[in-house]
Design a protein around this ligand. Structure first.
Ligand SMILES: [Zn+2]
Length: 59
């Protein structure tokens, strides 16, 4: 049911596995360091979505 959280978690995995850069230009200019933080931030977001859904979900 947590489709948004699932999608975010999947994209975070893909970034981890493929080393996807947040910048599409293909040149290294410091973005890879920032890119490494993206999966962690996305997983935090997914966790927040799951927690807020769990709170509002009926028993
Ligand atoms: Zn770039």
């Amino acid at each position: 049911m947590d489709e948004a959280a699932e999608i975010i978690a999947r994209v975070a995995d893909r970034i981890d596995n493929n080393g996807w850069s947040i910048c599409p230009c293909g040149e290294e200019h410091g973005q890879s360091e920032a890119g490494q933080r993206v999966p962690d931030v996305m997983r935090d977001d997914a966790e927040l979505i799951r927690k807020s859904r769990a709170k509002s979900a009926p028993p």
